[in-house]
Design a protein around this ligand. Structure first.
Ligand SMILES: Cc1ncc(COP(=O)(O)O)c(C=O)c1O
Length: 350
């Protein structure tokens, strides 16, 4: 009998970046693809996207659109600092580990200083420590604290935890930046309104993720302190981040925000990760490494299991935070989870 090769999984647990474009973003792109529209953000889609962001955050913030998260973070951080300043972030923060030095580059040398902390989170005392340990001119003066919500390890800061960080940043005269690549997952999981974990918790600038939420490309930089946005448009242009056909960055965000799809999809991805967590916990020898709070599960797999899973065609990362990261997206199905869990059980039982 002829043997049939096992089909590759259609959906992986490597990253929410692996997922395609969600229907709402896709439909809005198609809608925006009619006729001509002014370039460089002077179109009705860009205006509508910015207005929707203001509605969602219930405040009159200043909004810019860039292509990706690295640009959003590094340009936002650069706008808060002088070159002799420093940015305090967690040691696993994307701005430190995965942006190829872009925050330092775009700020002309502002140094990123890292702190440790359980499950990817900064604790307030570390801010005091980083500011107070040196006050001389030889040390790059801390100017910004950067937090990620949800964190790179799939955990969450509560509104109170953010307010505690804010109290420390305020007392030291620092600014607060938030990397919100998975902000929707955080809002959905915490059951809060977006303002409660941003400007009401002292966040000056938020980088609001679109790509991982279901867009092809595009992130919004949201300045809650409008004064900080002065000349940010020049910064974007100089960095090659001013899209001439801006409507195609803005329209998908309109599609995501206007009917609440950004939260529906984020909630679904979180639920799939909760299901995945239950399934993997049932496999002997698998250890869950961090509290599962959003759309990722970090696991330590028994010896040889990761290689066996990869040989079956599965893809996932194991360079972030130790262990293996299993990430769900807006399009992950219960069937995907069941299939992965069955393969994991087989791989672990070898
Ligand atoms: C926490 C975090 N911030 C930002 C980003 C955005 O990165 P990119 O420049 O690839 O869009 C990512 C993507 O992996 C991320 O995980």
């Amino acid at each position: 009998m002829a043997s049939h090769p096992r089909p590759e999984p259609l959906r992986h647990f490597a990253s929410d970046n692996y997922a395609g474009i969600c229907p709402e973003a896709w439909a809005a792109m198609a809608e925006a693809n009619a006729d001509h529209a002014p370039g460089y953000g002077d179109d009705r889609w860009t205006a509508e996207a910015a207005d929707l962001v203001r509605q969602v955050f219930e405040t009159d913030c200043e909004v810019f659109f860039v292509f990706n998260g690295t640009a959003a973070n590094s340009l936002a951080l650069a706008s808060l600092c002088q070159s002799y300043h420093s940015i305090v972030c967690h040691e696993v923060a994307h701005v430190e580990t995965d942006e190829c030095g872009a925050p330092e580059f775009f700020s002309n040398g502002t140094k990123v200083l890292t702190v440790a902390g359980p499950h990817g989170k900064i604790v307030p005392q570390q801010i005091d420590h980083m500011v107070e340990k040196r006050e001389d001119v030889h040390y790059p003066k801390p100017r910004v604290v950067s937090v990620t919500e949800a964190t790179e390890l799939g955990t969450l800061y509560t509104p109170d935890e953010l307010k505690a960080l804010w109290a420390r940043t305020k007392s030291h005269g620092l600014r607060l930046h938030m990397d919100g690549a998975r902000f929707g997952n955080a809002v959905a999981a915490l059951g809060v309104s977006p303002k409660e974990i941003t400007w009401q918790a002292g966040v000056d600038v938020l980088c609001l993720g679109g790509t991982k939420a279901g867009m092809a490309v595009g992130e919004a930089v949201v300045f809650f302190d409008r004064a900080l946005a002065a000349e940010f448009d020049y910064r974007c242009k100089q960095a090659g981040q001013l899209a001439s056909k801006m409507r195609f960055l803005a329209a998908p965000l309109v599609g995501m925000l206007r009917g609440g799809a950004w939260l529906t999809h984020a909630r679904h991805a979180n639920e799939m990760a909760a299901l995945l967590e239950r399934e993997v916990r049932a496999v002997p020898g698998v250890e869950v490494l961090h509290p599962r709070q959003v759309n990722s599960v970090f696991v330590k797999l028994p010896g040889g299991a990761a290689a066996a899973l990869r040989a079956m065609g599965w893809r996932f990362y194991d360079f972030i935070g130790g262990g293996s990261r299993l990430m769900c997206a807006w399009d992950t199905t219960p069937g995907d989870v069941a299939r992965f869990a069955a393969d994991l059980a087989a791989a672990a039982g070898r």
